[in-house]
Ligand binder design. Structure first.
Ligand SMILES: Nc1ncnc2c1ncn2[C@@H]1O[C@H](COP(=O)(O)OP(=O)(O)OP(=O)(O)O)[C@@H](O)[C@H]1O
Ligand SMILES: [Mg+2]
Length: 240
């Protein structure tokens, strides 16, 4: 299996504080990788490196076999879409917020894909509503529709179900699974819900203080963790 990302000696520091420190990491093409870890562990920062919003202070990121230096090409940036922990929506209608994804990627906006994604995410009735009036969970679903409407190669999800009720958690997980199965989309999902990682991910990684403490096949990660910190995290004990 080829690698979507290869990280070598990647460190990302703010001043003299390094919040991501990953000597080596491979993200496999077509996998669902779950990332768990306590607040402040560096998960979102790692995601910002993987969508090329930030350049690591040290080390090298290779994407699809190409070393990404200071600036990723437009084509590479378009390959990767992110649903952020706190999605930003434009002061426009719900439908316009989804459609803009395709517009920004130079794709056809009249092919019915916007309407299809609104429907898949249960947003059809809200299509004309102003996005700023949405509940947090509705806004999260709009952000996911906007990300998927461009058919990315890589989907980065930062706490995508934080604000969703159980029905919509199930809906989102089903969509993530089918995108992965049908289109081979590589998906990285950060979650505080270890059960969600266990349900969704092929492999799961635990980040603590910027480091990848353990990364393993999800079943092994949960049933036979190799590191004491992983065992503690899986048990639900607080990590310091
Ligand atoms: N732009 C920045 N400048 C300075 N420090 C930052 C910056 N961005 C992140 N940090 C710090 O880096 C650390 C890691 O933050 P990050 O948001 O990656 O954590 P996280 O694992 O996503 O946490 P959470 O689960 O709460 O979302 C935190 O201590 C944060 O304060
Ligand atoms: Mg975060």
């Amino acid at each position: 299996m080829t690698a979507t990302y290869e990280l070598a000696d990647v460190r990302h520091c703010y001043g003299d504080r390094c919040v991501v420190d990953i000597p080596t990491l491979e993200v496999r093409s077509g996998e669902i990788l779950g990332l768990v870890g306590p607040s402040g562990a560096g998960k979102s920062t790692l995601l910002r490196l993987l969508n090329f919003l930030e350049t690591p202070t040290h080390g090298l990121i290779t994407y699809a076999g190409v070393e990404i230096g200071g600036d990723a090409s437009l084509a590479t940036r378009r390959d990767v879409t992110t649903v952020f922990q706190r999605p930003m929506l434009l002061r426009r209608s719900v439908a316009a917020n989804v459609r803009i994804g395709r517009k920004l990627h130079g794709l056809d906006t009249k092919d019915g894909s916007t309407e299809r994604w609104l429907e898949k995410l249960g947003l059809t009735d809200l299509a004309d509503a102003p996005a700023r009036t949405l509940s947090a969970g509705e806004a999260q679903r709009v952000a996911l529709a906007r990300a998927l409407v461009v058919e990315p190669s890589v989907l980065l999800l930062d706490e995508p179900t934080g604000n969703l009720d159980p029905y919509n958690v199930g809906l989102l997980e089903e969509i993530v699974r089918s995108e992965n199965a049908e289109r081979g989309t590589t998906i990285i999902v950060i979650t505080h819900d270890v059960f969600q990682a266990r349900r969704l991910a092929d492999r799961t990684g635990l980040m603590v203080s910027g480091r990848m403490v353990e990364l393993a096949a999800t079943e092994a990660f949960f049933s036979a963790p190799q590191q004491p910190q992983t065992a503690a995290f899986v048990r639900g004990d607080l990590l310091i």
